[in-house]
Design a protein around this ligand. Structure first.
Ligand code: 7TS
Length: 415
């Protein structure tokens, strides 16, 4: 039964779309398990980028020539495609293209936070925020005088929702929460957090960098005010991120960057702004990336987000069970059957960096470090952890190779 469900994705077929997975190092085939850092790009997306540069590369919104018209239509429609993918009924007006999740976070912090926050106000984060959110709101707090508070993570890796209910008060102006933790794999109840925030007339920003690539996401069902994610973690290109924002909020916000493309009328004295989303896309935007990200969405939806989610969750559960067979591995976060598609762990007596280096000798790519969650690692009492993260093209055999490689490290350090 379990095998059948895992096999619900035709992984061998899917792997043909990713030639990079055939790479070998010293005669050993690559096992790519660093997908939370960035995912690989299928031929269909690479082809879309090539087609753009070969056939209709031009600047957008400005030229009336054929190429510019074609590029503009493709780029604008890419916004609609991304909006639709995450359930934003306001289409392109609610979908801003940025550089990455980090920039989406900074955009809201600066464009909304600098205007709206002051002494006495509070921003509530979770203890498992990525630095993209944590550092941004922490520093904005310093600039504006707003306090930053953290919803605690319990020893099982879940948010303490009772504490959340106490921490979110009428002083709270923004709650910023990660949807799926890139370190713990915890899937947070962001809809409940949104309700708590809204009960106190606060807004919620959801960091979906590890959610949108791996599971169906509906920003309106969550009732997120803002929702951010990155193209390079979802089979798309680097250099593009997305910011969903409720239309009325984006309309009320001042621009984040000023310059060309985002203006309607400019005089020597003053300027007015373009319609959404262009008001937030100053300068020549991420045209090739936007068109390619829409192709990545087509690719993922063709396969099916529910199936991708189930496939990854099965792999994570399998990895959890296999890695803990020997009893000397700590895996951080919730149980194997209740997490997103990743496992962060440490093996007794082996530093995470040594572990990832030995595992790399087996051509298995994992990440070691703090995964941009330093305070969370401090709380866990470790400086670093190793992390294996899965995507639609990974297999149980690859998890077995990881486990063998970890065993090799264990033997080496036992000597
Ligand atoms: N939020 C989460 C939850 C993330 O996992 C990441 C990237 C970001 C924000 C930032 O995304 P970016 O595209 O702006 O860089 N996380 C990781 C990681 O876990 N390993 O490398 C990057």
């Amino acid at each position: 039964m379990e095998t059948q469900q895992t096999d619900a994705l035709d992984v061998e077929r899917i792997r043909e779309d990713f030639p990079i997975l055939q790479r070998e190092f010293d005669g050993t085939q690559l096992v790519y398990l660093d997908n939370a850092a960035t995912t690989q790009t299928p031929e269909q997306v690479v082809e879309t980028i090539c087609d753009y540069y070969r056939n209709y590369n031009a600047n957008v919104h400005r030229g009336i020539h054929h190429l510019s018209q074609e590029a503009s239509v493709a780029y604008e429609e890419a916004h609609d495609r991304l909006a639709e993918f995450v359930g934003a009924s306001g289409e392109r007006e609610e979908m801003v293209f940025t550089k990455n999740t980090t920039e989406s976070e900074n955009l809201v912090a600066y464009a909304w936070g600098l205007e709206e926050l002051g002494p006495g106000d509070e921003v509530v984060l979770t203890e498992m925020e990525h630095h993209a959110s944590l550092v941004t709101w922490q520093q904005l707090g310093k600039k504006t005088g707003a306090d930053v508070k953290y919803i605690p993570v319990d020893e099982r890796g879940y948010l303490d929702m009772d504490a959340a209910a106490d921490l979110i008060t009428d002083d709270t102006k923004m709650v910023s929460a990660v949807h799926v933790s890139n370190t713990l794999g915890t899937v947070n109840p962001v809809g409940e957090l949104a309700d708590l925030a809204h009960d106190h007339d606060a807004y919620i920003f959801v960091d979906g960098a590890q959610a949108v690539p791996n599971r169906p996401v509906d920003v309106e069902a969550i009732d997120a005010d803002f929702y951010a994610f990155s193209g390079h973690k979802m089979a798309g290109p680097t250099g593009i991120g997305c910011l969903y924002g409720k239309k009325h909020l984006l309309e009320e916000m001042e621009p984040y960057l000023y310059g060309g493309s985002m203006i309607r009328k400019v005089t020597y004295e003053d300027s007015t702004w373009e319609d959404l989303p262009w008001k937030f896309e100053a300068g020549t935007p991420v045209i090739a990336q936007g068109v390619a990200l829409a192709a990545a969405v087509d690719y993922l939806e063709d396969i099916g987000m529910e199936r991708i989610q189930r496939h990854e969750e099965r792999l994570a559960e399998y990895a959890y069970d296999r890695l803990t067979e020997e009893g000397d591995v700590d895996i951080y976060g919730p149980p194997g059957d209740d997490r997103g598609g990743l496992v962060s762990f440490n093996v007794d007596g082996v530093h995470a960096h040594d572990l990832s280096s030995i595992v790399n000798d087996h051509a298995v790519a994992i990440r070691a470090g703090d995964h941009c969650t330093q305070p969370l690692h401090d709380k866990l009492g470790v400086a670093a952890s190793a992390r294996a993260s899965f995507y639609l093209y990974n297999t149980r055999e690859e998890v077995d190779k990881l486990v063998e490689a970890v065993d090799d490290a264990r033997q080496l350090f036992a000597q």
